[in-house]
Each structure stands twice: as C-alpha cells, then as structure tokens.
Design a protein around this ligand. Structure first.
Ligand SMILES: Nc1ncnc2c1ncn2[C@@H]1O[C@H](COP(=O)(O)OP(=O)(O)OP(=O)(O)O)[C@@H](O)[C@H]1O
Ligand code: SF4
Ligand SMILES: [Mg+2]
Length: 371
C-alpha cells in the first residue's frame, strides 16, 4: 500500500502556529444540558450542564500520534467524537490541515471525513452482522463514490492483508459472527483505512478484546503508523498502552487536560499529581521509584458538579488553599510540556507540594545522569 498522500496546506494564517499541524484543537468544549432532576431546567450557568469536555487544546503533527489517557468519565470519548464530527462542539475550534472544519457541512464535511476515520471500542457493536466482510470494508468507498467493481475487490483484499487478515480471500465472504473479537476489530480497522485517511482516531480499541489478542492489535497500530505514515489519536485509560503507541500524551481529568508533553517525559517526570497517581498502576514505576506515586482515593466526580479551582483538588494528596482559589491554567514547564497545577505555576508551595516537586526534579536529574 502506498503511504498516505497528504497535501499539507501550509497556507495557515501566519503567526497562529509555527509549523503546519495535521489537527489543531483550540478550547474545544462540549456541555450537555442537564435533563433530569429537580434543578434541571431551572439552573442557570455552568451548573446547569454536564461539562463533558471543558476547553481542551492540542495539536497533532503529520505522522505523529497523540494519546489521551484518563479515568472513566474524563471526556476522552466525547473529545474523539467531536474530532470525528460525530458531535457538535459547544465552543472552540477544530482545524484540519489549516482549514477550520468545526462547522464544515456537505462537501467540506465529506472531504474531511475521508481524511479522518474512527475505530470504536466494541467490535461486536460496530459491524453490520448481515453484511459480509467485503461489503463492510468497501462501504466507505461506495459512500464516497471512489472506484468500482474490481477496484473495490482489489482494495479490500489489500486492506485485509494490511491489517493481517491473510489470505484475504479467506475472510472476504465471511460474516462477522464467523470471526473472533480480534478479527472483527481488524475488519473495523480495514474499513477505517480503506479511504487512506491521514488521521485515525482509535477509542480504546483493545479494551473489549481477549487479553491474548490485545498485543497483536496494538502491534498492528504501531505498524500502521510506521508503514503508512498515519497519525493516530489513541485513547486508553491504560498508561502502558499509550506509552507503547504514542509520541505525545495528554492526561485528561473531568474534561480538562492536566498535563501534555512527549510521552516518555509525561511518564517519567509526572509533573501533575494526577499523572503521578495514574502511574501508580505501572509496575515499572513502582519498582524503580524510590518515592512511589501516592495512590488517589475516591471516585472521579460527575461532570455536572465540577469542583471549584483545581478540579482534581478533592482527591489530591497535595491540596493546599491556593489550589481551590482559581483553576490552574495549563502552563509550560519546558518547550514541549505543559502542566495545570499550582506546584509548577510559581506559587509558594506547601511543604508537601515542595516534597513532590523535589521528587520530580530528582527523577529528572537521575534520568539526565543515566542518559
Ligand atoms: N450524550 C451525553 N449526554 C450527557 N452526558 C454525556 C453524554 N455523553 C457523555 N456524557 C458525560 O460526559 C462525561 C465524559 O464522558 P466520556 O464518555 O467522554 O468519558 P470517557 O473518558 O470516554 O470515559 P470511559 O473511559 O468510561 O470511556 C461523562 O460524565 C459522561 O457521563
Ligand atoms: S493544583 Fe493543587 S490540588 Fe490541583 S493537582 Fe496541583 S497540588 Fe493538587
Ligand atoms: Mg470513552
């Protein structure tokens, strides 16, 4: 298969970004109106909404992969659905290859959809059980009126081979119920790739699969990225999966990005106490760290009742009065890494915050020394 041929539009307003991005998202927001309960309809202001995604900004460069990590309910899927234009944002913008596609319609939307495809979490839900694999994989070609007859057959065979369903003839005329979970997800990936998109959005694509086949599907994503120069926005609540696939990682909590930077740095430095707590589940972190991450207690609050100030404060072991005064902005800690936490924003830290800060800096020094 040829590499994806992306015609990068460098005609981006000068001054807004330094290099062309494949995807750029600014202050993307999705608030759902509260529909149930006594206060629904009477409440005004932010409290009248489920603030599923609350102003996220990031970019994906051509050929790069971004991971979105965070607990259940942090807004990963709603973000992905807005990017795929399956949900309309309440506010914010989405630029793709320099073009504003936030409200693109008809032909512009079709053009965008050719370039951005999504793979969903559940391969048992997303394939039409009455269609054969061939019909499923070629459907996007029909919708977009690309090629016909034998061309479709050749392209579908090629796609099945790319996703590791070989020999393709063995799968083309089978129905989804004749396939395993891993094979179904590979069919879903083949369908997503058949238009040769520039960006693949994968929302927890291995969570519903047997542990025995997960590694194979993850390896496939890595291979696609390398062989096809494909950009991937990969969603997972598992840190280890993200670290395997993605160049850049964004840690989301209650609709906001708490930390974003190069994956290796986000995992090793863990500037944000929430990133640190998420990493508590990684055996390698626990084994190597002299001061292991503090585990967080309690559940993520509902997105209709976002805490004041830092939204992580009620669960944060390092909370201090400054944390609840106002929401910490996402500020740079170095040229490629940003964090939303008062520990790094120049406030005078409490003694516990200083201990956390020193631990992060010590880890960095050790890494620098080992390099
Ligand atoms: N259609 C909707 N109407 C109202 N609230 C919604 C809707 N879709 C999502 N939400 C809420 O938005 C918040 C974010 O949901 P989302 O599905 O994006 O979380 P997630 O990070 O993908 O979680 P998970 O890891 O469980 O998939 C949740 O509080 C969820 O209940
Ligand atoms: S701002 Fe305060 S409460 Fe929030 S993560 Fe940082 S230390 Fe914890
Ligand atoms: Mg989700």
């Amino acid at each position: 298969m040829n590499k994806t041929n992306i015609n990068i539009n460098t005609n981006i307003k000068s001054g807004t970004i330094a290099e062309p991005s494949l995807l750029r998202v600014d202050s993307l927001t999705k608030w759902f109106p509260l529909r149930r309960g006594l206060l629904a309809g009477r409440k005004k202001g932010p409290g009248a909404y489920i603030r599923a995604v609350d102003g996220v900004s990031f970019e994906v460069k051509p050929g790069q992969s971004l991971g979105l990590a965070g607990e259940s309910g942090s807004g990963k899927t709603v973000t992905a659905e807005m990017l795929a234009r399956l949900q309309s944002p309440t506010a914010g913008t989405i630029h793709f290859l320099g073009e504003d596609v936030t409200t693109a319609r008809s032909r512009d939307l079709m053009r965008f959809r050719r370039q951005v495809q999504m793979v969903f979490q559940n391969p048992y839900d997303c394939l039409n059980e009455r269609w054969r694999v061939y019909d499923i994989v070629r459907e996007p070609l029909i919708i977009h009126r690309l090629g016909h007859g034998n061309e479709h057959l050749d392209t579908c065979k090629e796609m099945l081979t790319v996703v590791g369903l070989q020999p393709a003839e063995h799968y083309l005329y089978r129905y989804p119920h004749e396939l395993s979970g891993g094979e179904r997800q590979r069919v879903a990936i083949a369908r997503a790739l058949v238009l040769r998109p520039a960006l693949l959005i994968a929302d927890e694509p291995t969570t519903m699969l047997d542990v025995s086949v997960r590694a194979g599907v993850l390896n496939l994503f890595r291979k696609l990225q390398q062989d096809l120069d494909l950009s991937i926005l990969f969603i997972s609540h598992e840190f280890s999966t993200i670290s395997y696939i993605c160049d850049t990682t964004a840690i989301m909590y209650l609709g906001k990005i708490m930390e974003i930077g190069p994956t290796s740095q986000v995992f090793s430095h863990r500037y944000h106490p929430y990133s640190d707590a998420l990493a508590a589940s990684l055996p390698v972190v626990n084994a190597e760290d002299k001061r292991p991450p503090a585990r967080i207690s309690g559940e993520i609050p509902g997105a209709a009742s976002i805490p004041r100030g830092c939204r992580f404060a009620p669960r944060c072991p390092y909370q201090a009065p400054a944390c609840t005064a106002e929401e910490p902005p996402l500020l740079p800690v170095d040229s490629s890494h940003r964090v939303a936490c008062v520990i790094w924003s120049g406030e005078t830290p409490s003694s516990e915050q200083r201990a956390f800060q020193e631990n992060v800096l010590r880890r960095q020094d050790e890494e620098g020394g080992a390099a």
